[in-house]
Design a protein around this ligand. Structure first.
Ligand code: GDP
Length: 296
């Protein structure tokens, strides 16, 4: 993960450490290198522009040039700004509502929505001691419903049984009623994805969002899709009141562009990352830890 970005950034910073002092011109040269490194990492252009501008301003300002160890001060600025483009503070899952709290999962087919629903249920059961029920509205793919049922039993969550022919809206109404009667703290609703953005899918999930009034609407997106992931997230964020993002398959993403771009482009925080196929492979997202990891 971030292999190339990390080595390129550390190269730039090392080269500045060799300078007796930082000048406007060697900072400019360094920022050109950083720009190239971010382009190679598939970071979205507006994010790169904003990042470079902010680092440059701070570096050329007193903060770095007048520091006793300017190289070290520059590392501090880069760390701070990497954190800032990823949202700064950690964004917690909001469960602050009258139970059952509804978490609606949105995303394209193959992004990791069903797997993440299971992982999130496990995380809530193990870490927050919640009573969780999983619900599938993916009536178009019976295999997806079976997959969620299996995941439910593996993580110790209840599973809402869908009746043959039941439509997504009816499933949601019945699931909410069932959860109220059986005192579930949280229901996680997995929805149907498509291969690409599609109006029928958007209409369906918008209808479910209105019906369920979820406290969290999470967009699940595959980090390996790079800038495509970010563009898809933007389209969903424009159509649905998303509250956050789950960035999956970070374990397979060598470049890191989606992790660095998605918050800035969509305005929605990454709340969790998928870091392995296994059910324990879901982690809360910490912008400061990620920035440290990128800097190596
Ligand atoms: P859905 O169509 O969005 O519901 O996608 P699935 O949940 O079925 O996931 C698609 C594939 O991605 C499956 O093979 C998952 O095991 C895999 N997957 C999901 N999340 C991760 C992750 O964080 N890391 C890895 N390595 N694989 C993942």
């Amino acid at each position: 993960m971030f292999d190339n970005l990390t080595s390129r950034l550390s190269g730039v910073i090392k080269s500045l450490r060799g300078e007796a002092r930082l000048t406007e011109s060697n900072i400019q040269a360094a920022m050109r290198e950083v720009r190239m490194a971010l382009l190679e990492a598939d970071v979205a252009l507006p994010v790169i522009k904003d990042f470079i501008e902010r680092v440059k301003q701070k570096a050329i300002g007193r903060e770095v040039m007048e520091s006793l160890s300017p190289g070290q001060a520059l590392v501090g600025v880069v760390h701070q700004e990497l954190m800032a483009i990823m949202g700064g503070e950690k964004a917690d899952l909001n469960l602050n509502t009258v139970p059952p709290a509804v978490i609606l999962m949105a995303g394209l087919q193959g992004a990791g929505k069903t797997t993440s629903s299971g992982k999130l249920a496990k995380w809530l059961i193990d870490n927050k001691k919640k009573k969780v029920m999983l619900v599938s509205c993916d009536i178009y793919r019976p295999a997806a419903i079976d997959q969620l049922e299996l995941l439910s039993s593996q993580v110790g969550a209840d599973f809402f049984p869908v009746k043959v022919g039941q439509q997504p809206a009816a499933i949601c109404v019945a699931a909410l009623d069932y959860a109220r009667k059986h005192h579930h703290d949280i229901i996680i609703v997995d929805t149907a994805g498509r291969l690409g953005i599609d109006q029928a899918m958007m209409d369906e999930i918008t209808e479910l969002e209105v019906l369920l009034k979820p406290i969290e609407t999470l967009f699940v997106v595959d980090a390996m899709q790079g800038q495509d992931a970010v563009n898809t997230a933007k389209a969903f964020a424009d159509a649905l009141p998303l509250t956050g993002v789950i960035l999956t398959k970070l374990d397979g993403d060598a470049r890191g562009g989606a992790a660095l771009s998605v918050r800035h482009v969509t305005g929605k925080p990454i709340k969790f990352t998928g870091v392995a196929e296994k059910l324990t492979g879901l982690e809360p997202f910490y912008p400061d830890r990620m920035a440290s990891r990128i800097l190596g």
